[in-house]
Design a binder for this molecule. Structure first.
Ligand code: UT7
Length: 312
């Protein structure tokens, strides 16, 4: 091997549970309304159910199929999740078995809602050191760690998975730039103890999220040597439509050039960025060669951005 090897995203695929939970369904048992949830979050409905490993395997299988690859073509499996099936083994072990992958490396990665972004950068590192094809899955089943009597959290979360096949390319990488960040002194803003429920200081995260997303996105643009007008689509973490709008406005990227699926899926944590990416690709809004700006943030507090050229 001579010189650094770059990466390209060859395909994506998603899986969401069949069960739809609308705002009105929640308003039937909680002191909330469709109007409040829609106005404050942009969420209309979410999917709930399934296990982390089965959703991940389903999304992974779709991504493989779309890439025209078989299970044996994959060299490493990375599963980004905050809601593993069990403490041990890693959920990746179950996903590996369900997909029938070879005895290749398979591991979980937990970086809160930034998990997919961290997985992307880790995958680029694995490719640089020899892996040819990586299956990266962002998956979470937040419904399992949600107190459904707590209206502050229950209206926000949903379950889902999104996967991408990452391939080695010789020559310039399609990953033009990236940055990863974490501030562990802010870990109290969003957490879930063993056996407990998700808790967060929503207002504080909201404030911090807009600031760090804009800062890291601008850093990623500068490092890639491109401007906002070169970006075909902003693909942000889907935690709140107002956060997406505020960050987009400050960056100068209009909503027409922003991938948004929060209305249908709620906050799916590690799955939200690949769910948004898949939607943009499947609706023809992202084409081969387009530049994408990814931004994630979440528990940790972690955040990350990347500029990536879509397609191989
Ligand atoms: O995935 C990464 C991490 N998560 C995030 O990024 C989430 C960031 N935060 C947010 O998205 C927003 O802060 C929330 C959606 C969580 C909350 O929206 P908000 O506009 O910040 O509302 P708030 O917490 O300031 O609450 C406003 C009012 C309060 O009532 P009072 O004190 O004004 O009487 C809440 O009790 O809304 C009340 N409220 C609700 N009302 C109806 C809180 N939740 C609900 C609800 N339905 N579900």
């Amino acid at each position: 091997m001579s010189g650094p090897r770059g990466i390209a995203l060859r395909s994506c695929g998603i899986a969401v549970p069949e069960k739809v939970l609308t705002n009105d369904d929640l308003a039937a048992t909680l002191d909330t309304t469709d109007a409040w949830i829609t106005e404050r979050t942009g969420i209309k409905e979410r999917r709930v159910g399934g296990t982390t490993s089965t959703l991940a395997a389903e999304a992974g299988s779709r991504a493989l199929e779309r890439a025209g690859l078989r299970a044996e073509d994959i060299d490493v499996l990375v599963v980004a999740t905050t809601t593993p099936d069990a403490i041990a083994p890693a959920t990746a072990s179950t996903v590996q078995d369900l997909l029938g992958l070879r005895q290749v490396g398979a591991f979980d990665l937990n970086a809160g809602c930034s998990g997919f972004m961290y997985g992307l950068v880790v995958s680029a590192g694995l490719v640089a050191t020899g892996a040819d094809r990586i299956l990266l899955v962002g998956v979470d089943t937040l419904s399992r760690i949600t107190d459904w009597d707590d209206r502050k959290i229950a209206v926000l979360v949903g379950d889902g998975a999104g996967a991408v096949v990452i391939e080695a390319v010789e020559g310039p990488s399609n990953l033009l730039s990236h940055n990863l960040h974490s501030d562990g002194s802010l870990r109290h803003l969003l957490y879930c103890e063993h056996g407990g429920y998700l808790w967060m200081d929503g207002q504080e995260i909201f404030r911090k999220a807009v600031r760090v997303v804009v800062e890291s996105a601008e850093q990623a643009l500068a490092d890639a040597g491109v401007g906002v007008d070169d970006i075909a689509m902003l693909v942000p973490h889907q935690a709140n439509r107002r956060i997406i709008q505020a960050a987009g406005q400050r960056l100068g990227i209009p909503e027409e050039r922003t991938a948004i699926v929060i209305d249908r899926y709620g906050n799916t944590s590690s799955a939200s960025i690949p769910l948004a990416l898949d939607d943009a690709v499947e609706t023809g809004r992202v084409k081969d060669g387009d530049l994408l700006l990814f931004c994630g943030f979440g528990a940790g507090m972690s955040w990350a951005s990347a500029v990536l050229r879509w397609g191989s």
